[in-house]
Design a protein around this ligand. Structure first.
Ligand SMILES: [Zn+2]
Length: 227
């Protein structure tokens, strides 16, 4: 025991002697590090970025028709059931969702961003430029991520009575409403009114189709840019 005690004393002394030969610390030491956490700057989503619509607007119902075979091509065109839109367009749609909620309605999304390669498949199946954009001449605004196909559902999730089914290529889908019931006409007009008020434009041939009026902000995008 005594040897160990002597050893400890010798070690302490040598440490002191070694320390004496070194430079002294400055008298004003920096303050001790405090537990301050600085979060990294939040990554700002740009209006041109794509967002997952269901995550961005949780109240919307997403049922992408082209993820099923229940569409005019009779083929399942999409391999992903997620709806995407540009953030700038989704911001407008969020306002639409809030406004229709005042009447107890929610938005049901049938199509949003459509990858350009899908447009070719669609054109092969239905080469009529009144209803499908010819990809050899240019792409649909859906491929820019700033167009949307949608309808309204009530608080029970029941779709409102509209002039026609989605993608029904008949005159009923047309916005002249001459061959539809007053209720169907009123419902379609209401959807159009709110969409236009929040920054979309409608088209004459399809009551369900709307394009962001700021469409020039968005170029055709391939699906490898999706989040
Ligand atoms: Zn459309």
């Amino acid at each position: 025991m005594r040897r160990i005690a002597i050893l400890i004393v010798l070690l302490a002394l040598s440490a002191f002697l070694v320390g004496c030969g070194q430079k002294t610390e400055p008298t004003s030491l920096p303050p001790p590090a405090t537990q301050t956490y600085i979060s990294p700057p939040a990554l700002k989503i740009q209006p041109t970025d794509f967002v997952n619509l269901k995550e961005y607007i949780p109240t919307v119902e997403v049922e992408l028709i082209y993820f099923t075979e229940n569409n005019f091509t009779k083929q399942k065109l999409y391999d992903n059931p997620t709806a995407y839109l540009r953030k700038g367009t989704a911001d407008k749609l969020k306002k639409v969702a809030e406004e229709v909620a005042e009447r107890g309605y929610r938005l049901k999304i049938w199509d949003a961003y459509r990858p350009p390669r899908i447009q070719f498949k669609m054109w092969e199946a239905f080469p009529d430029s009144r209803y499908v954009a010819n990809p050899h001449k240019g792409f649909s605004f859906h491929s820019r991520g700033c167009a949307i196909d949608l309808t309204l559902v009530n608080s029970n999730g029941i779709a409102l009575d509209m002039p026609s089914a989605f993608d029904e290529f008949s005159l009923k889908a047309n916005r002249d409403y001459s061959d539809v019931s007053p209720i169907q006409s009123a419902n379609a007009r209401y959807l159009e009114e709110v969409m236009v008020k929040q920054g979309f434009r409608s088209i004459q041939t399809e009551w369900w189709h709307f394009v962001d009026a700021d469409e020039e902000n968005y170029d055709v995008a391939q699906d490898d840019v999706l989040p």
